[in-house]
Design a protein around this ligand. Structure first.
Ligand code: PLP
Length: 283
């Protein structure tokens, strides 16, 4: 079945969804993106994603081709037209098409593309079994707080993790875990949840923000600080968060079982709360 995509003002069948070979997203990874999950046909945390998008754009001196309200309309229209009950909306804005030059073009019109994907989010098998991660060096650029489309190293790291028999990688810089290839990383020690503090070294996950808020509301103790791989290997629990995985337990790190090697109670509880609250707040 052909999906309807949105390309620079038009709703088009995916076969016709095309952009210029001169687009700077294609030539320079000069673009930013967001992924918003859909549950029961509703957008989860659209506001958080829209706010982070504006910040990513402004950090790159790029303008948005649409207003926030137009963006919401486009998201909703695509969800409706493609009949998405559970899945995601992917959005990408690039600086647009211009003759290839390292300097930003003065007059390029920013390009915008959105598409949907149907995906099983709630009953995902990995949420039940938990995932295995390995640690790998974090050799990405230094502005990971900007959600750019330059995702080659995270892809390479994911492939290396798979080659090592794991599901994903946790990246490590200066002896401390930064984040997963496409998620934020957490450990639980006793009753305390530990996750790296925000900064240029990691992406400020929209799911992270919500999960930490729910954890605090549920009287759980949260510490935002860097932790080492050794500390993670000795933790009682570990988990990751992202828009499409919600809260996903991690059951082994570098082959060491975490806790008893099954999803832990804190991760399971936070996943339940996150799904319940997100369903209520979806728009
Ligand atoms: N960190 C990285 C590097 C990511 O790519 C992502 C999501 O793609 C996240 C964290 C989680 O962010 P969010 O919860 O907004 O999906």
């Amino acid at each position: 079945m052909s999906r309807i995509c949105y390309v620079n003002g038009d709703y088009v069948a995916e076969e016709d969804a095309k952009i210029s070979v001169f687009d700077r997203g294609f030539l320079f990874a000069d673009g930013v993106y967001e992924v918003t999950s859909v549950l029961g046909g509703k957008l989860i945390d659209f506001d958080g994603h829209a706010t982070r998008l504006s910040r990513s754009l402004s950090e790159l001196a790029m303008s948005s081709p649409v207003t926030r309200d137009e963006l919401l309309d486009i998201h909703r229209e695509l969800v409706t037209r493609n009949g998405i009950e559970e899945g995601l909306v992917y959005l990408q804005i690039t600086r647009g098409a211009a003759d290839r030059d390292f300097a930003y073009p003065a007059d390029a019109a920013p390009g915008i593309v959105l598409f949907t994907q149907t995906k099983t989010l709630i009953e995902s098998p990995a949420a039940k079994t938990g995932i295995r991660v390995v640690s790998l060096p974090d050799i990405r650029w230094g502005r990971r707080d900007i959600k750019t489309v330059q995702l080659l190293y995270p892809s390479m790291a994911k492939m290396e993790a798979k080659a090592k028999g794991a599901d994903d990688a946790w990246m490590v810089e200066d002896g401390h875990v930064t984040e997963g290839t496409s998620n934020n990383a957490y450990i639980v020690k006793g009753s305390t949840i530990v996750t790296r503090q925000l900064g240029n070294e990691i992406l400020a996950g929209i799911t992270r923000n919500a999960v930490l808020r729910f954890a605090r509301e549920a009287q759980m103790k949260v510490e935002e600080r860097a932790f080492t791989v050794e500390e993670a290997e000795g933790a009682d629990e570990a988990f990751v968060t992202s828009a499409t995985t919600f809260v996903q337990p991690v059951v082994s790190i570098n082959g060491s079982e975490i806790g008893d090697g099954t999803p832990g109670p804190v991760a399971r509880r936070l996943r339940e709360i996150y799904i319940e609250e997100s369903r209520k707040a979806g728009i």
